[in-house]
Design a binder for this molecule. Sequence first.
Ligand code: GDD
Ligand code: MN
Length: 363
Amino acid sequence: MTSPVRLSVVIPTFNERLNIGEVLSRLEATLGDAGWEVIVVDDDSPDETASLVREIARTDPRVRCLQRIGRRGLSSACIDGMLASAGPVIAVMDADLQHDESILPKMLAEIELGNADVVVGTRYAIGGSTDGWSRGRAVMSRIATAASRGVLKQHLSDPMSGFFMLRRPVLDATVRDLSGLGFKILLDILTTVTGPLRVTEIPYPFRERVAGESKLDGLVIWEYGMLLAHKKVGRYLPVRFLAFSIVGGLGVLIHMTALALMLKGLHTSFPAAQSIATVIAMTGNFALNNVLTYRDRRLRGWAWLRGLVTFMVACGIGAVANVGVATYLFESRAQWALAGLAGVLVSAVWNYPVTQLYTWRWR
Ligand code: GDD
Ligand code: MN
């Protein structure tokens, strides 16, 4: 009989085959026989991180692999991993050795002694550091931290941390209301909690990544904006719809630019120019929605092409409805601008759910 689980460690991975073995053996070295389990949540990494984890799990039942297909996202991976775990205390930690696993026992003690509900590994308090960061990344991280003050009740030095531990009841109380968007799972949890919460921070030096590469790219800024928007207006308006509408607005700009170029520059006939501009704008909208609105279900390869076709068919029908409604209103003597806007609204309200169902459907 092994000792009961006191701590569940959730580790999200994407292409971490070179690191995961080392992380697991360091966990063993730090936690020994304290009663722990680890759940690695892998989003079907092309480097087959998942099969390596399963190989390790075969001889170590404390290790499990949760492999997700057709989904991407650090936050949602952490949520799924936490839900698959059993311990009364849960830690979330990266797989790339940047988070210092040696503070886990200290973090656990804080919770087990009843001093805290959440313990955060911080890079920004005395004793914490971010050596080797580019100036750009350091500044970005500071700005994002400052922006979080608008949605955060507690004062934390590092609310963006991806390294933290919590009592299971904190998860139970928030999990149904988490946005699950983007990278910032801790921020998501902290801004969802309603009751009082005791948070302790423990500093650690954020190590440099040695093997593999970071999955953070320019779009994390966008995802972060979506998370903040979800916290501010998510109750009234789904942020995906917001993103879809923003992309739609950009699509109008693309359309008008293409139209102007063809009419003025190439002297194309109006019907031809308008048709080509429509195709360009639709393709642009599809591509933008694919990376911005549906980043977690992003289509690639043949699926991208199939997605484009379903998107065009859906939006084509939306356009017919748009013109129908607008024309009807215009003919019943509504103002031209109002009639036009009503038409646009009809197509947005049609295009959004229909493309969500057919183009970016859950697999
Ligand atoms: N399952 C899954 N799905 N895992 C992912 C995904 C994904 O889409 N994207 C990244 N990961 C995993 C990586 O494999 C790694 O284990 C961990 O999440 C962090 O990803 P990195 O790409 O290494 O992020 P980072 O080092 O730039 O930033 C991390 O540390 C910061 C400081 O604690 C993140 O945890 C940030 O959120 C955090 O602020
Ligand atoms: Mn990292």
